[in-house]
Design a protein around this ligand. Structure first.
Ligand code: C2E
Ligand code: MG
Ligand code: MG
Length: 708
């Protein structure tokens, strides 16, 4: 062998066999060098011995010669030699045994150490290159390098997908192409700052979110990670960038859900409360005034119940927009729930400012809203809690504003009220009613009173209307107007309404059995829209009739006009199901606000009850008399009977008689009476003010109004 043997080394235990084989191949210039001197001496010696055996004599010379040659070899040769190295080992023990070449060996050893670590670094770099290349190719994140002039020098496939450009389109282009207009300058400055600081390669990016610009000019949220290193004497900036727009959108959505109302996009209750706390603290520190306005829509429940939830939602959105326009940009408008809104007024000079905003809100809400093609009018009741020096706590401010709002409602709606301590009582009363209603049925606190219905033409007793009363322990009797709205809001009207129906049917049937003359009399019972909306309403009514034994033809159900505007087809179907039972249907309170005369001929009705507010004016207002006359004429044309509600005077009775109203009801005949009283009334032992006369046919008692 011409050059063999050259270097003799100990071999790392792994791959010993292969290494030996390679050493045997004389033509191959393979050298093994150290990789870390980690192997144990024993191993080293053993392996060295094996190598010796394998190699031709004289081993030592060959070994030192090899080392010698290696050391003497020019830089390029050594490089070449080391590039071929695949296995590394430890040569220390072996070289020390080569007495002639100790010095050389030591030199060689140190040289080899350096070179081998270089080799390894080189090797590692190669591996890294490959790994990086794979990363560059496969990573879904964008990897972009730019030079000192901010020109793009590398653009990986991930960047192509994210930005929508092919690499060819952007290589050599200015970084600005990937950035939203106007933001390039700050990036350039950033890069420039780092160029000033000519230190080594370093990580320089924060994980701040920036905006990237796609080829189609759309922007997206991106999280960059930037580093700088030197290549061929030039700084290279590498940006690894991730499109986080989806994540950001999700985060924003969660953030939005936590702080804003999903329907109208106003801040929600939680956000309002947080803000109120901050604002109140600030106001307290500065001794500055602040105000909270609580807003509740007056007609919202009606719209929701009648036009349906979709229209209700539209109304909320429209009102929310208007409210925002009524305040300054820094004031917060929030939706607390349903139709309740709040306004937080900071930096006001006094109460007058809050009142001014309240008036703007009242005016703003009053304007008609177009819903499903028709103009809807609603109003709002507002409560103002004003703190001149920020002393009141957020909790109190909100509660006081709410209390004042209830006060405004009680005053007649469509107005504002300023909180006063005495109002707390009113608020407490409402809370008491709500709590009381929840247990009233179970405790048997409801009663039914009955008001007679009189046939106008004959003056005969035609039946009764059942009217609910609530007798609370140790309290005065409560009228429906005080508790029915709350019962409707809470849904408690449904069980209460069924109870009233069953109780009055049972009572009526008992009277009928006891008094055959009442055979043709009608029991009229009010039914809430909440009950009518129940899918099983007809079945429930049928059950009650069956249970109580009252014939269906003796029952008349009174529905208010509000039931007619919502889901008309569905309502008509329900009404038909009720009528199919043999029950009569009356439209109550006709003429109050939402009347639609045109709708009368669509619905299966037997009776229209003209509201007291119309009847009370027929004496004095000729126009109202004409209205009532027209209603009666229309009903007559549609074969509907007419009841005049709230007849209080002889004159009114005379007029409705002339107008040919069928039935009259009112204090002129009797106020609503207890069961016992109405039984006496029926038995001709009515109050002295009412006279019963037997009709000629002697079939029904005749009632004449009291003489004033
Ligand atoms: P409504 O059905 O229109 O009943 C007539 C109301 O007018 C009764 O008031 C009655 O006392 C009153 N009224 C009758 N004649 C006169 C009169 O000549 N002058 C005056 N000033 N008032 C008269 P009430 O009993 O307070 O009932 C108010 C409303 O509460 C009822 O109006 C009805 O809508 C509702 N309501 C009563 N009971 C029930 C019930 O069991 N269920 C439901 N859902 N609502 C009921
Ligand atoms: Mg009624
Ligand atoms: Mg009525």
């Amino acid at each position: 062998m011409e050059d063999a043997p050259f270097v003799n080394v100990c071999i790392q235990p792994h791959g010993v066999k292969e290494a030996l084989q390679r050493l045997q191949t004389a033509s191959e210039r393979a050298y093994l060098c150290s990789e870390g001197f980690l192997e144990s001496v024993t191993q080293t010696i053993n392996i060295a011995a094996e190598i010796k055996l394998l190699h031709a004599q004289p081993h030592e010379e060959g070994f030192s010669d090899g080392l010698n040659r290696l050391l003497k070899a020019s830089e390029s040769q050594r490089c070449l030699a080391f590039e071929n190295i695949q296995w590394v080992g430890e040569i220390e023990a072996e070289t020390q045994r080569c007495t002639q070449t100790t010095l050389i060996a030591e030199n060689a050893l140190s040289q080899l150490e350096t070179d081998s670590s270089l080799t390894i670094a080189h090797q590692e770099r190669e591996e890294y290159h490959e790994s990086f290349y794979n990363l560059f190719r496969l990573l879904q994140d964008a990897i972009i390098t730019i030079n000192q002039e901010c020109l793009i020098t590398q653009f990986n496939p991930g960047a192509e997908v994210i930005f929508g450009y092919s690499a060819n389109e952007v290589l050599g282009q200015h970084l600005d192409i990937l950035l939203p207009l106007g933001s390039g300058e700050s990036h350039r400055r950033h890069i420039h700052d780092f160029q000033e600081d000519l230190q080594d390669a370093r990580y320089m990016g924060t994980r701040q979110t920036i905006s990237g610009k796609r080829k189609d000019n759309t922007l997206f949220a991106a999280e960059p990670s930037i580093c700088r290193y030197c290549e061929n004497g030039q700084f290279v900036f590498m940006v690894v960038l991730r499109d986080v727009s989806e994540r950001k959108a999700r985060e924003a959505e969660l953030e939005f859900q936590a702080h804003y109302d999903h329907l109208c996009s106003l801040p929600n209750r939680a956000y309002f409360n947080t803000r109120l706390e901050c604002v109140q603290k600030r106001a307290l520190q500065r001794g500055a005034p602040l105000a909270v306005i609580f807003i509740d829509l007056d007609g919202f429940k009606f719209v929701n119940d009648t036009l349906g939830h979709k229209a209700g939602d539209e109304l909320i959105i429209a009102i929310a927009k208007r409210l925002e326009k009524c305040v300054r940009s820094g004031d917060m408008v929030a939706r607390m729930s349903g139709d309740e809104f709040t306004v937080l007024l900071e930096d006001i000079s006094g109460l007058e400012d809050a009142i001014q905003v309240a008036n703007r809100i009242l005016d703003g809400v009053r304007k008609p809203v177009i819903l499903e093609g028709s103009e809807i009018f609603v109003s709002a009741s507002l409560g103002i809690a004003y703190s001149p020096d920020g002393v009141e706590t957020p909790e109190y401010l909100l509660r006081h504003a709410d209390t004042a709002m209830y006060h405004a409602k009680a005053q007649g709606k469509g107005s504002y009220a300023l909180f006063e301590p005495s109002m707390e009582r009113l608020f407490q009363e409402r809370v008491d009613i709500e709590n009381g209603l929840r247990v009233a049925l179970g405790r048997g606190e409801f009663r039914i009173h009955y008001q007679p219905l009189i046939e106008v033409k004959t003056g005969q007793f035609a039946g009764v209307e059942a009217l609910l009363r609530w007798e609370r322990p140790n309290q005065s009797q409560m009228l429906p107007s005080q508790f029915i709205p709350i019962a409707e809001e809470t849904g408690l009207i449904v069980p209460i309404g069924y109870w009233a129906l069953e109780e009055s049917c049972r009572q009526m049937e008992q009277w009928r059995r006891e008094r055959p003359l009442l055979n043709l009399c009608t029991l009229s019972v009010n039914m809430s829209v909440k009950q009518l909306q129940r899918v099983d309403i007809a079945e429930r009514v049928a059950d009650i009739l069956k249970k109580t034994g009252l014939p269906a033809c003796n029952l008349q159900i009174e529905l208010t006009e509000s039931v007619l505007i919502t889901n008309l087809q569905e309502t008509i179907a329900t009404m038909k199901r009720l009528k199919a039972l043999g029950v009569k249907l009356a439209l109550d309170d006709f003429g109050t606000g939402y009347s639609s005369i045109g709708i009368l001929h669509h619905i299966p009705l037997d009776m229209v009850k003209i509201d007291r507010s119309l009847i009370s004016q027929i004496e004095e207002h000729h126009r109202m008399l004409l209205v009532v006359k027209a209603i009666v004429a229309l009903c007559s044309a549609l074969s509907l009977k007419v009841t005049a509600e709230g007849v209080e005077t002889q004159e009114q009775l005379a007029i409705i008689e002339r107008l040919k109203c069928d039935v009259a009801q009112g204090y002129l005949f009797a106020k609503p009476l207890t069961g016992k009283e109405i039984a006496e009334f029926m038995d001709s032992s009515a109050p002295a003010s009412i006279r019963f006369l037997n009709s000629a046919s002697n079939d029904m008692p005749k009632v004449l109004p009291r003489v004033a």
